[in-house]
Design a protein around this ligand. Structure first.
Ligand code: ADP
Length: 965
């Protein structure tokens, strides 16, 4: 567009220039032609003047001749007859007659005839006035125009007469005089008054010049103009027609008193012969210049248009290259008629590692790189100009799986007659297709697994339900047989527990999969968390007779930032699987290590190993896939959902950690979970000053001994390590005998030979007042608590040993410690019996209400129950403050739900302080948070775990003594 406008401007400029040049040239030519005409006129005028001057010269010559004759005559008439003298004169000159008159006016002529001065046919001046000269033209006796020269004749200074000489004007008509320009121009002498000929230079059929002009076809205006000019006595030229061609007529008055005019006529072409040649040359030059200018313009325009074309070609090429640089398509443009590659996109370098110039010269390189065979029909048709339609084909290059590439080639005949090849790598599409196929396969597998799972879940759900229904029926028909009823109840418990875990896991999994889980960032106390997990796993562990080895050095940090509940879930899943998939009397190991990452962050490695059935390598790759279980006869007998590992892996991933499994079929499995944690600023316990104290450590695990030694020595303490119960007894005895006092004895419970409790008993026996003895156990000290206390154990420390826990334990046994434990408190045997507590229970489901009432009443608690939140609030309002020691609220209830009821109770004056506990099947974290936000104190999940229920009651119920019941 821009170029078009430029061209238009340029053409307009050039046309303007041409017009100006044309106008200038025309003006110049006019000027030159005028000048030339002027000069031609001048020339004609000059030629005419020359004729005039020659004629004048002739007349003067004749005058002089007459003068000479006059002198001669006055002298010679004395010797010769005067008439003869005159006759001699006439014979020797062109005067055809001489005459002489004396002062009387009579005389004679050269022929001898007498002459009378008064009868002379011209104006006489010589005799009458003594003046000499020649007369006006007059018709002579010869019948021709003539003039007479006259001169006075003097003798001795006295005029004696006058001499006359007659001459016909035709005598002056010499062709040399009256023709010019190589005889092409003619001169005439005319009379100014009537234009009649005096001397007719060339024969004409006209009587006068005007007739001549008329004959030659001139307009009367021309004659009138000439007549007027001549009458005015002017000299000049006028344009006339003569002999059928434009000519010029020059009129020049003769230098005498008779009004004679000299006329000359010459054709314009002759006159301007020279100038027209110059004009022609100038015209030719100008035309050549014009043509040159036009040619230059065309050239420049052509060049400009070529430049523009080139520019737009470059622009298109750049555009093309820019586009191709940004797309994954390479292009090759081929002109089959010229057999030339016109264009190759630069991105062949990136896409095919080839240089575009190289490809333009050797397109076969591209074919080779794209796996196009030499014999490929389409490709050959492309380069042989035989492409008749679009061709699309895909080629494969590279044999190795990893290096395999697919290139899609489109060969397209373009409208311009050129061929376009478009090359595009489709490897990723292939991979994507493969991936999609794989994903489809996996999804189908997963669907199959889900279908299988659901059918197995429905089977699994029905199985315990069946059991429960059946057992209930058996129990009902055997109500008198307590043993049978008990047996039925025990089986119902097992079935319902399984049902519960199944439901929980399905819910967990669906929440994780739908991304509804947000990890909390709270302070996690690792010792508490681990002992909680161990406590939960203990019943199963004990039931199967497994031993649990906790091997770990002393852990430096006990409080990290994380999500307690989910961390607990990870450990629980791993440990419960280890317990489940290990045949009875197996060995489970838990190893916890801490690794510093940088300031403020650590990595904790949890390792759970068992010596159970193991996992075959084929299944290992699917172990974290939901609903997958090993296809193993032994596994199918074990209750499970195939969700635990998937849940675990998901949580580990969310926490930014890793999980790894090593397993050998028949030898056991080892799961290693590494999790990064930020350290909490509050780290348990500040180290007391225990410098210089000596502690005796007895553990068969050397790692624990050396870990304790390292840790305590850092605090300036000394450690004596022994590796069995007996050695501990011996060492203590040795010390006693040598008068040394151990600040404390830390003794492992489970040791080969003499166990820790027995060793403690013997140490105490030898020296009842010996330093405190701390029993080191894995998890289950509570079952031997009574025995241990009786044996003289002062404290219990669970593995893994955390530095802070150990220090707290040592510190609290310093004689001045405020933390010193009250032995009687520790020895109190826990029971679920609670006295003096009245609770309000709000539950809309009659069965659930009955269960809860039953359980609470069984522990000595007085229960009043209502069916909805509204009634609960009314009940509280009705009674005095303190009437209810605690309120249990279901959440989903008619009229007023649990949240609203809690809020309303909290707003009651004085009575609002009562502990309120939610008892609900809404068990997700956000449900717990909502309960707290509504003002409730605690949350107990349904179905109710009785130990949790009673723990919670104890937390909030204080009897009159102010202590826990
Ligand atoms: P399940 O509810 O079946 O235990 P999990 O997701 O916890 O589901 O485990 C998936 C499968 O992995 C199990 O069915 C079992 O085949 C295998 N597995 C998990 N842990 C162990 C282990 N410690 N020893 C042997 N096999 C295991």
């Amino acid at each position: 567009m821009k170029y078009k406008r430029q061209s238009i401007i340029f053409i307009a400029g050039v046309v303007g220039l041409l017009l100006v040049a044309g106008a200038f040239m025309t003006a110049l030519l006019n000027e030159i032609s005028q000048k030339m005409n002027q000069s031609a006129n001048e020339t004609l005028l000059n030629s005419t003047r020359m004729i005039e001057s020659s004629l004048n010269h002739e007349l003067q010559t004749d005058e002089q001749l007459l003068e000479t004759f006059a002198g001669l005559y006055s002298k010679s008439r004395e010797f010769q007859n005067p008439a003869e003298v005159l006759a001699d004169f006439a014979a020797s000159t062109q005067f055809y007659r001489f005459s002489y008159v004396d002062m009387t006016g009579s005389g004679f002529d050269s022929t001898g005839a007498s002459v009378d001065a008064s009868e002379l046919p011209f104006e006489e001046t010589a005799l009458s006035a003594g003046a000499y000269g020649y007369s006006d033209a007059y018709m002579g006796s010869s019948g021709r125009l003539q003039i007479t020269f006259q001169i006075p004749i003097y003798l001795d200074n006295r005029q004696i007469g006058a001499l006359y000489a007659d001459k016909t004007l035709t005598r002056y008509n010499e062709s040399a005089l009256f023709t010019f320009n190589g005889s092409s121009g003619h001169a005439y002498m005319v009379r100014s008054d009537n234009g009649s000929w005096m001397i007719e230079g060339a024969g004409t059929d006209a009587d006068d010049v005007y007739q001549l002009l008329e004959k030659h076809g001139n307009h009367p205006d021309v004659q009138q103009a000439l007549e007027k000019l001549m009458q005015e006595g002017k000299a000049g030229t006028i344009g006339i027609a003569f002999n059928g061609e434009p000519s010029r007529l020059c009129f020049l008055p003769m230098d005498n008193t008779y009004g004679w005019y000299l006329i000359s006529i010459v054709s314009q072409s002759l006159l301007q012969q020279e100038s027209s040649t110059i004009m022609q040359m100038i015209e030719i030059t100008l035309i050549v210049l014009l043509v040159a200018l036009i040619l230059i313009t065309i050239l420049v325009l052509g060049r400009q248009s070529m430049k523009n074309q080139e520019k737009s070609r470059i622009y298109r090429e750049q555009l093309f290259q820019t586009i191709s640089a940004n797309v994954d398509f390479a292009f090759l443009l081929f002109s089959p008629d010229k057999q030339r590659v016109e264009l190759v996109s630069d991105n062949v370098r990136v896409l095919f590692d080839l240089d575009s110039i190289q490809v333009a010269e050797h397109p076969e390189l591209l074919a080779e790189r794209c796996g196009i065979p030499v014999s490929d029909e389409g490709w050959n048709a492309f380069f042989h100009g035989e492409l008749h339609g679009n061709i699309r084909k895909e080629y494969q290059v590279g044999a190795d799986n990893n290096l395999q590439r697919w290139i899609e080639v489109h060969l397209i005949p373009v409208e311009t007659g050129q061929y376009l090849a478009v090359l595009h790598e489709t490897t990723s599409e292939h991979h994507m297709r493969d991936d999609l196929a794989e994903a489809l396969r996996q999804s189908q597998e997963s669907n199959q697994a889900k279908t299988a799972f659901f059918s197995s879940v429905s089977h699994d759900l029905r199985t315990p339900m069946n059991g429960i229904v059946g057992m209930v029926a058996i129990a009902q028909s055997n109500l008198q047989n307590t043993a049978k009823v008990e047996n039925c109840l025990a089986k119902i418990k097992v079935a319902s527990d399984h049902l519960l875990s199944l439901i929980n896991q399905i819910l967990d999994m669906s929440r994780i999969e739908s991304g509804k889980i947000n990890l909390k960032r709270e302070a996690v106390n690792l010792p508490e968390l681990i002992s909680g997990v161990l406590l939960l796993i203990k019943p199963e562990l004990t039931k199967k007779g497994h031993t649990l080895q906790i091997s770990s050095a002393v852990l430096e940090h006990d409080t990290v930032i994380g999500d307690t509940l989910h961390l607990q879930k990870i450990l629980l899943n791993l440990l419960s699987n280890a317990v489940k998939y290990t045949p009875d009397d197996g060995e489970i190991q838990l190893n916890i290590q801490e690794q510093p990452v940088d300031d403020g962050r650590i990595e904790v490695v949890f390792q759970v190993a068992d010596n159970g059935i193991g996992i075959n390598p084929e299944f290992l790759s699917r172990i974290f896939t939901p609903f997958e279980r090993a296809e193993d006869g032994r596994v199918s007998k074990i209750i499970g959902t195939g969700l635990g590992m998937a849940i675990t892996k998901n949580i580990v991933d969310m926490m930014g950690g890793t999980i790894q499994v090593d397993s050998e079929v028949g030898h056991g499995s080892c799961f290693t979970v590494t999790l990064p944690f930020q350290l909490s600023e509050k780290q348990g316990y500040i180290a007391p000053d225990l410098k210089g104290r000596t502690v005796l450590v007895a553990d068969d695990d050397p790692a624990i001994c050396s870990g304790m030694r390292t840790m305590m020595e850092e605090l300036g303490m000394q450690v004596d390590c022994v590796y069995s119960g007996q050695e501990a007894v011996d060492a203590a005895e040795q010390a006693r005998l040598s008068g040394r006092i151990y600040y404390a004895v830390v003794i492992d419970w489970k040791m080969p030979g003499m166990d820790g409790i027995e060793a403690a008993r013997q140490i105490r026996m030898n020296n009842p007042s010996q330093s405190p003895i701390i029993l080191l156990s894995a998890y289950d000290w509570e079952e031997a608590e009574q025995e241990a206390i009786e044996a003289g154990i002062d404290g219990f420390l669970t593995k893994p040993i955390f530095r802070t826990e150990l220090l707290r334990m040592l510190r609290c046994h310093m004689p001045d410690s405020p933390d010193a434990p009250r032995r009687e408190m520790r020895s109190a045997v826990r029971s679920h019996h609670i006295t003096g507590l009245r609770v309000l229970l709000a539950e809309d489901n009659a069965l659930n209400r009955e269960i809860a009432e039953e359980i609470l009443r069984g522990s000595g608690i007085e229960v009043e129950s209502v069916e909805n939140g509204l009634m609960a609030v009314q009940q509280v309002e009705r009674h005095d403050a303190g009437y209810y020691g605690m309120i249990f609220l279901d959440i989903h209830m008619p009229l007023v739900d649990g949240y609203t009821a809690a809020r309303e109770i909290r707003e009651l004056p004085e009575k609002g302080q009562v502990p309120i506990i939610a008892m609900t099947a809404d068990t997700f974290d956000e449900d717990i948070q909502r309960c707290k936000a509504a003002g409730m104190d605690a949350h107990i999940a349904k179905p109710i775990d009785f130990s949790i229920l009673f723990d919670t009651i104890r937390r909030f119920w204080k009897n009159e003594d102010g202590g826990h019941s």
